[in-house]
Ligand binder design. Structure first.
Ligand code: PLP
Length: 367
C-alpha cells in the first residue's frame, strides 16, 4: 500500500472500464474473429488515402511534430469556413474536453450535464475539483429545459452531447438554439458533435456556424468515428479565439503526432468515403431498428452509428450469448435503464450475426 496520498479529487474515482482484450476473448470463447460492436468505430475502416499518407510520412517519425498542427488546422479552416485561430487540435477530442476543464474549472465550480452521457465530461470536471450537476434525460433525450433550470451562480459550463453517447438521441433544432441563446455569456456551452456526420434527421442543429454569434460556444468534433482514425488519436474543438488561446496554454506542446495529423488531412479530403459510410450506416440502422422492434425490443431513436437497447434484468444472459457468437457489444446500466446494451452498427454480416442472437431472445409480443 502506497503511503503517498494522491489528490483528494481522486478518492473514490474508478478508472474507465476498458473492455477485455479481443485476444483474450477469442481464446476464452474459442472464436476465431469477433465482430467488435462495442466502441462506435467505423466498421468500414478508413479512407485509402489515409494509408497512403501514413506510408508517405512514416520516414519522419524521428522528428517532433508541428506543435501547432498547422496543416490540419488549415484544412479544417477551409472545410468549416472558420478562421484558423478558432481551432484547438487534441489527442482525440477527449483531450480537448480535458483542456476545457483544466483551463476553466476552479475548485467548487459546477458543470451541468445529462445524467447519462459521455463519461469524460464528469471525470475531467471532478479531477479539477469541480462539481458535476447531472440532469436526468427525458425519454432518453437531453432535457434542455431542466438543464437550464440547473444553472446557478456557480455554473461554469454546460455540456450537450448531440447525438448523445450512449443513447444516440438528438435534441430538437429549435430547442437547442433557444437553449444556447438562453445561457449567460459567462458560462461555456460545450456541444459535442462526435457523431454529427451520421445524423439524417432534418431536426438537427450543427453549431459551428453559431460561434460568430455566441462567443461562449465550444463545438467538439473528432476523427475517431466516421473518419475511422480512432487508433491514431486526433480530434478538435472550434471556439472563439480567446477561449482557444486559453486551452493552448494548458496543452502539451507536441500533443498531436505527425502521422495522426497527416492521416486526418487525408481523411478530411475524402468526403466520398464519409458520405458512403454515412449512407451505409443509415440503411443498416433502419434495418436493425425495424428487426429489433419485430423481436419485441425497444431501441431508442438513434441518429448515430450505434443503438441503445434497453433490456430487462431477466435478459442478462444475452451478453454471454453474444460473446459465444463472436459478437462484442457494450453492456451498461444507466440512470433510468437498469440494464441495456449499446451496439455499434456494423457491416451487413455483423448486423445479421447480431440479429440471429437477438431473434433467439425474441419476446412474445403482447397485443
Ligand atoms: C468517441 C467520442 C468522443 C471522442 O473521442 P476521441 O477519440 O477522443 O476523439 C467524444 N465525445 C463522444 C460523445 C464520443 O462518443
Amino acid at each position: 500500500m502506497s503511503r503517498i496520498n494522491p489528490r483528494k479529487e481522486l478518492e473514490g474515482m474508478i478508472p474507465y472500464q476498458v473492455g477485455e482484450s479481443l485476444e483474450e476473448l477469442k481464446k476464452r470463447y474459442g472464436v476465431a474473429e469477433f465482430y467488435k460492436m462495442s466502441d462506435n468505430e467505423n466498421p468500414y475502416g478508413t479512407s485509402p488515402l489515409v494509408k497512403e499518407a501514413i506510408q508517405k510520412y512514416s520516414s519522419l517519425v524521428h522528428l517532433y511534430p508541428d506543435g501547432n498542427s498547422s496543416l490540419i488546422v488549415n484544412a479544417l479552416s477551409e472545410y468549416h469556413q472558420q478562421p484558423v485561430d478558432r481551432f484547438v487540435i487534441g489527442n482525440g477530442s477527449d483531450e480537448v474536453i480535458r483542456l476545457i476543464a483544466r483551463a476553466y474549472i476552479n475548485s467548487g465550480d459546477e458543470a451541468v450535464m445529462a445524467d447519462a452521457t459521455f463519461p469524460r465530461y464528469q471525470t475531467n470536471v471532478l479531477l479539477e475539483g469541480g462539481r458535476a450537476v447531472t440532469v436526468p434525460l427525458k425519454n432518453g433525450i437531453h432535457d434542455l429545459g431542466a438543464m437550464q433550470e440547473a444553472i446557478t451562480e456557480s455554473t461554469k459550463m454546460v455540456f450537450v452531447c448531440n447525438p448523445n453517447n450512449p443513447t444516440g438521441t438528438i435534441t430538437g433544432k429549435l430547442e437547442l438554439y433557444k437553449f444556447i441563446d438562453s445561457i449567460p455569456e459567462n458560462i461555456l456551452i460545450i456541444v459535442d458533435e462526435a457523431y454529427a456526420e451520421y445524423v439524417t434527421s432534418i431536426d438537427y442543429l450543427e453549431t459551428v456556424q453559431l460561434i460568430d454569434k455566441y462567443p461562449n460556444l465550444v463545438v467538439l468534433r473528432t476523427f475517431s468515428k466516421i473518419y475511422g482514425l480512432a487508433g491514431l488519436r486526433i480530434g478538435y474543438g472550434v471556439m472563439h479565439p480567446d477561449i482557444a488561446a486559453e486551452l493552448k496554454k494548458a496543452k502539451d506542446v507536441f500533443n498531436v503526432n505527425h502521422l495522426a495529423e497527416m492521416a486526418a488531412v487525408a481523411a478530411l479530403s475524402d468526403q466520398k468515403f464519409v458520405s458512403a459510410s454515412a449512407a451505409n450506416n443509415h440503411s443498416e440502422r433502419e434495418h436493425l431498428i425495424s428487426e429489433l422492434h419485430s423481436a419485441g425490443f425497444a431501441p431508442l431513436p438513434s441518429e448515430a452509428n450505434f443503438l441503445f437497447v434497453p433490456l430487462a434484468k431477466s435478459q442478462e444472459s444475452i451478453f454471454e450469448a453474444f460473446l459465444k457468437s463472436g459478437i462484442l457489444v457494450k453492456m451498461m446500466s444507466l440512470p433510468g435503464f437498469s440494464l441495456g446494451m449499446r451496439v455499434t452498427i456494423g457491416q451487413k454480416e455483423a448486423n445479421e450475426a447480431f440479429l440471429r442472437v437477438i431473434n433467439s431472445f425474441a419476446i412474445e409480443r403482447v397485443v
